[in-house]
Design a protein around this ligand. Structure first.
Ligand SMILES: *Cc1c(COP(=O)(O)O)cnc(C)c1O
Length: 226
């Protein structure tokens, strides 16, 4: 696996408006440092503890993105440094992020994770729930979070037509939320549609993604047994 070559290949085909999150979960710091030395500054992890440990060890100009499911009681371990939390799928979690961000006197950017996949296993809220949250008075009172867009995961399938449909739906949701809420609320600023992983990021970009989360195409297959 040549991490630098993989990164350069992906970056060479990415349009300028698309941000690449290098998903480094389960990978050792030495691998992350290879990506860092090749110029990568945005890393995505799906476990808070693991991200916090890597944050400790690595250079401080890295942007850390939490891309996994977030347990409310663990928000405190990343509140000081996390740049963007992709997987926000309920209001209670937003409230907790707000509370922990306030302790550090900062504002944490969040994406609302919306369920677009047909499988039951995927986390995320419905479009209506997302819309309700950002219209609520309780939301408008949260001064230490900013909702900067949406995140979604397509169904795990070889059927690219289905994946394309799901990505298109998420982009439509993004556009609707942006139109309806951006001007009204201080703590929204809709600019990010986070969708697309190793197997489908080119399709995601064609469907309007401007943030892709790519792991195995950069760092190689993950081995969850070690
Ligand atoms: C692991 C993960 C990715 C990256 O997956 P790859 O197929 O390795 O690119 C992207 N998004 C989320 C939410 C993930 O958990």
């Amino acid at each position: 696996m040549n991490i630098k070559e993989n990164l350069n290949h992906i970056k060479s085909i990415l349009p300028e408006h698309v941000t690449l999150v290098a998903v480094s979960k389960t990978k050792p710091v030495s691998d992350l440092m290879e990506a860092y030395n090749a110029g990568q500054r945005i890393f995505g992890e799906n476990k808070i503890q693991e991200m916090a440990e890597k944050h400790e060890e690595m250079p401080k100009d890295i942007e850390w993105h939490m891309i996994g499911h977030v347990q409310r009681n663990k928000v405190k371990y990343m509140a000081e440094f996390v740049s963007l939390i992709h997987g926000v799928d309920n209001f209670k979690l937003l409230k907790e992020i707000n509370k922990q961000a306030k302790k550090h006197n900062r504002t944490i950017d969040c994406l609302l994770q919306i369920k677009i996949a047909s499988e039951d296993s995927k986390f995320g809220m419905s479009f209506d729930e997302a819309s309700e949250i950002i219209q609520s008075k309780a939301f408008s009172e949260l001064q230490h979070i900013k909702v900067t867009g949406v995140m979604g995961m397509a169904t795990f399938t070889d059927d690219m037509n289905q994946v394309e449909k799901e990505f298109t739906v998420l982009k439509t949701y993004f556009d609707k939320l942006k139109i309806c809420h951006t001007e009204r609320s201080q703590n929204t600023e809709f600019r990010i549609t986070s969708m697309g992983m190793s197997g489908d990021y080119e399709l995601a970009i064609d469907c309007g993604s401007n943030m892709i989360r790519v792991g195995s195409s950069i760092f190689g297959e993950r081995n969850y047994n070690n």
